[in-house]
Design a binder for this molecule. Structure first.
Ligand SMILES: C[S@@+](CC[C@H](N)C(=O)[O-])C[C@H]1O[C@@H](n2cnc3c(N)ncnc32)[C@H](O)[C@@H]1O
Length: 249
């Protein structure tokens, strides 16, 4: 399925602010990891720079890669920081002359890869970009593709977007099939002259269980050094909303 991230560029930061309050605490975790492993850092799936920009402002040198060129343009527009190298690229194929001490996959980014072949290609690619003592760190959501499909759309919110001067109503539905969750988020946008426009944001993420992830790492000859169940480094529990894998060569 083609994910239309480019079309979503004007909504991402705005929507993240109010629907991803828990996820936004990940910044403390990434700052801690950056302090531990230091420059240079590579972020895959950087979006509009929510995390990269903060790391750059804290004096870390960071290469920020995303496959959606409009997200990279937005990041540059927000702040073309001297410590930041924003690039359009795919996490399965991106190459660089640099080698990185920390390669980050925040906020379920790795789960946009829907097949085992893509996942292996991506981990091997990251391994090829890693320094000898570097770490690959992934934030995986254990809640993806669990439970039943939601085939009838429900309204998630209706809210004023002051930057775009419009009222945005968002309806969501999803289908779960073969360990993948396929979302269709419908946006109804009403401008200040009451003119309506519509947009559908489609995304698909794959569930990746602990044993499956261990198998992927062993196939790529990577070692899982630590696994945490929260951004403040607690153990994994049934309540964990994020599983954080620390991986080395
Ligand atoms: C949920 S956003 C996360 C953005 C940012 N890391 C954050 O935490 O706010 C996921 C991002 O991953 C990017 N992405 C998806 N598949 C990708 C791929 N194969 N290679 C690089 N980026 C990808 C999307 O374009 C999107 O910007």
């Amino acid at each position: 399925m083609e994910t239309n991230w480019n079309d979503f560029v004007n909504f991402y930061d705005w929507e993240f602010e109010f629907i991803c309050k828990e996820q936004s605490k990940d910044i403390y975790f990434w700052l801690k990891m950056a302090n531990l492993y230091k420059d240079e850092i590579l972020e895959f799936g950087c979006g509009t720079g929510r995390i990269s920009l903060i790391l750059a402002k804290h004096n870390f040198k960071i290469t920020a890669v995303d496959s959606a060129e409009k997200f990279i343009h937005k990041l540059i527009q927000k702040n073309n920081h001297k410590n930041l190298t924003p690039l359009v690229g795919d996490m399965t194929t991106f190459q660089s002359e640099k080698r990185f001490n920390l390669i980050m996959f925040p906020y379920s980014t790795f789960q946009y890869l829907l097949t085992k072949d893509q996942q292996i290609k991506c981990l091997l690619n990251a391994k090829s970009l890693l320094t000898e003592n570097g770490r690959i760190i992934l934030d995986i959501s254990p809640h993806i593709a669990k439970g039943d499909s939601l085939t009838e759309s429900i309204k998630l919110y209706s809210k004023w977007n002051s930057e775009m001067e419009c009222q945005v109503s968002m309806y969501t539905s999803y289908v779960i099939s073969d360990n993948i969750q396929y979302w269709e988020d419908d946006y109804i946008i009403t401008d200040k002259n009451s003119k309506e426009s519509y947009f559908t944001h489609k995304i698909a993420l794959k569930n990746t269980e602990l044993q499956e992830f261990k198998d992927l790492c062993s196939e790529c000859k990577l070692t899982i050094e630590d696994i945490y169940g929260s951004f403040d480094l607690k153990n994994v529990s049934p309540d964990s909303s994020n599983i954080l894998y620390i991986i080395k060569k």
